[in-house]
Ligand binder design. Structure first.
Ligand code: FES
Ligand code: FES
Length: 184
């Protein structure tokens, strides 16, 4: 089975953030509430602090992983308003309460359920380090494309590095979850 292509070799750091924050930066420090996993959460952070730091260090939500910190490995993938987003490339100045932040601790819904079941069924996980990011990216993909092709999966998942090489099982699990959703 073909493995998912990695794009590390041709990703310049400055252009390697296709999923980072797109919002115009706010000028004020982010001292207030964020909407995280459907709850108002108080965060005190400087405006240039990466959201990843706030999640992990300020709030203790360590399910979202730190890998490279520069937008290359994808380990920090979360959802921002339902779309996959790199938390290490999203500063606190980019997010406000109106934006819905979803992490692996709170991701729910039919797609997430189907994916988690497929992940267990196909024994996808090896060391586990990249897997919260894999699930978050897969969930965003299925919400956007309920019946993704291999090419769709490659495009959505290829910037999440798995040192254990679980790519074939990740792809198979996404197809299985999509199939279960079609039958539901
Ligand atoms: S930690 Fe965010 S892309 Fe590597
Ligand atoms: S399962 Fe080990 S890095 Fe992906």
């Amino acid at each position: 089975m073909r493995t998912l292509p990695l794009r590390l070799a041709n990703l310049p750091v400055a252009a390697s953030n296709p999923q980072g924050c797109k919002a115009a930066p706010r000028q004020q420090a982010s001292k207030g509430s964020l909407n995280i996993n459907g709850r108002a959460v108080a965060v005190h952070a400087e405006p240039d602090m990466p959201l990843l730091w706030a999640l992990r260090c300020e709030l203790g939500m360590t399910g979202t992983k730190f890998g490279c910190g520069v937008g290359i490995c994808g380990a920090c993938t979360i959802h921002l308003d339902g779309a996959a987003c790199l938390a290490c490339q999203t500063t606190m100045s980019c997010v406000g309460y109106a934006q819905k932040i979803t992490t692996i601790e709170g991701v729910q819904g039919a797609e997430a359920q189907a994916l988690k079941a497929a992940w267990i069924d196909l024994d996808v996980v090896q060391c586990g380090y990249c897997q919260s990011a894999q699930l978050m990216a897969a969930c965003a993909l299925l919400k956007q494309k309920p019946d993704p092709t291999d090419a769709d999966i490659d495009a959505a998942m290829s910037n999440i590095v798995c040192r254990c090489g679980t790519y074939p099982r990740v792809r198979a699990a996404i197809h299985q979850a999509a199939g279960k959703r079609r039958l539901a």
